[in-house]
Design a protein around this ligand. Sequence first.
Ligand code: GLY
Length: 384
Amino acid sequence: MNSPESRTFLQADTLQEALPQLWEALQHKVDRMIEQIGSKSPHVATRDSGIYDDMRHDWWTSGFWPGILWIMYEMTGKEHYKQAAWGWDEKFEQKSIQVSNFHHDVGFQYLPTAVIKYKLTGDEEGKRRGLAAANFLAGRFNIAGNFLRAWNQDKTGWSIVDSSMNLSILFWAAEEIADPRFTHIAKAHADTVANHFIRPDGSVNHIVSFDPLTGEVIESLGGQGAGPDSAWSRGAAWALHGMANTYRYTGDTKYLHAAQRVAHYFLSMLPDDHVAHWDFRAAESLDAEPRDTSAASCAASGLLELAAALPPVQGNPYRKAAERILLSLTQNYATWDRPEHEAILLAGTGHKPANSNVDVSLIYGDYYYVEALAKLLGWKTRIF
Ligand code: GLY
């Protein structure tokens, strides 16, 4: 499968045509990654080295590699994926009883580990850890401003659009123990995202700073985007996917419409190869700006969520847009010809304003690529 002759999916005209062989190639790739990554908690791999780093277990990205393994397990039934994925939620819990820096991103960490482990295997420890993470996230809710506090230290009033993706752990907990407290909090935060983060034109703020005492909005901040008025593409992807998930859990069309607004802006800003630049307003001409394949893959998965939420006549355009993005990622931004490379996708952008992790592989880009392809192949369990 790794020989160039067997990679005809790289010449396919449509993703549907590419998909069967691509999925087979992806399994070979992930099997190799299991050997290469070993016990590491991968976050970033540089283009040249192709070697994933080993990040601390309280870092927000620690759930994505196990998440890939759990999806592979469910899709194939092969035990080695389950074995490689099994121990991660326990490692996070061990870290959480030490001095650590867990924050709102426990959703990103415990959904693709503890929660999916429980869903797929019935493991009670996974359920307990998932519920503990939901309680932790709920405890970060600021009732005066109706927002989930993002980070720690002095960022008491800061909330960030990325939290849209963490809401799923609250909705899951509400369903699991039949307790709507978690839903109330998730919906209150989702309303704040719709009202204060998603702009009328569908572009998105990264950070909104609130007065933590009164709940009033102080200002918007550029964060990982180019500036306060810019349009950070991964932030848009978080909002798109997160609002589509929120609609799935609540059935409230205001979240569907919020997701559609972001989707329409996102799609209108894509270049010819359908893979987003890191910020749609980074410069007047984006030609020299880096891409962000993680924004592309996360948005593609969110577009598939939107497609699934709508009747075919409305949903198909979103599915087709997702397929165009995924085909381009597959054919123009992946590592098929570099088997020694430990990642799937190239050309992610972590934090451009800090000049940190630009033109690298990002484990969350890899995760959402796998998640989106699995959805196209009929995967029904939802993590986010
Ligand atoms: N959640 C942090 C990021 O998107 O980079």
